[in-house]
Design a binder for this molecule. Structure first.
Ligand SMILES: [Ca+2]
Length: 165
């Protein structure tokens, strides 16, 4: 809210403002003439004669992307002689586009490969390229997991939801 005032030298009080810090700017010089805090008793400012605008201090909170891993596909793992590969679907659940980022794949908790994923518009997802797991793990059952943006290239709304586990 901006309040325009024209006053002679006086102390004035403005009521019904959102609590916060306000500055009175001299409309002739463009310079700040007074500053005060609005509370339940309103905002009280002492001003010399002149014309002023009174406006609150504001901050702009940026919109952010939020990368999450949605799932994965596996190729070659169950067939002897074929390379074992994983590709990961990375989603952006934020409200701002996400820049390209690096996704990592882990086998039994140890990093086994990485792949870039292109920039992701908000509300959509993209797949990484196929990540070869080399060397192929020994026969038996293995836990596969993955994490988005392991290089922390994207400033996100939530940095704690980037991994599948
Ligand atoms: Ca995230």
């Amino acid at each position: 809210m901006i309040v325009l005032l024209w006053c002679v030298a006086l102390t004035l009080t403005i009521y019904d403002l959102v609590p916060g810090t306000y500055a009175a700017t001299d409309l002739g010089t463009g310079e700040e003439a007074a500053r005060g805090i609005a509370g339940e008793d309103g905002l009280t400012l002492a001003l010399p004669e002149g014309r002023y605008s009174v406006a609150p201090d504001t901050i702009q909170v940026p919109a952010c992307p939020d990368l999450v891993v949605l799932g994965a596909e596996y190729s070659g793992w169950t067939v002897c002689g074929l390379p074992a590969e994983v590709r990961v679907e990375v989603g952006n659940t934020g409200v701002d586009p996400a820049a390209p980022s690096m996704t990592a794949v882990y086998v039994d908790g140890a990093e086994a490969g990485r792949a870039m994923v292109a920039g992701i518009p908000p509300g959509t997802s993209r797949w990484t390229s196929w990540v070869p797991i080399d060397p192929r793990p020994p026969p038996g059952q293995h836990v596969v997991s993955w994490c988005a943006d392991v290089g922390q290239e994207v400033a996100e709304e939530d940095e704690g939801n980037n991994c599948s586990q």
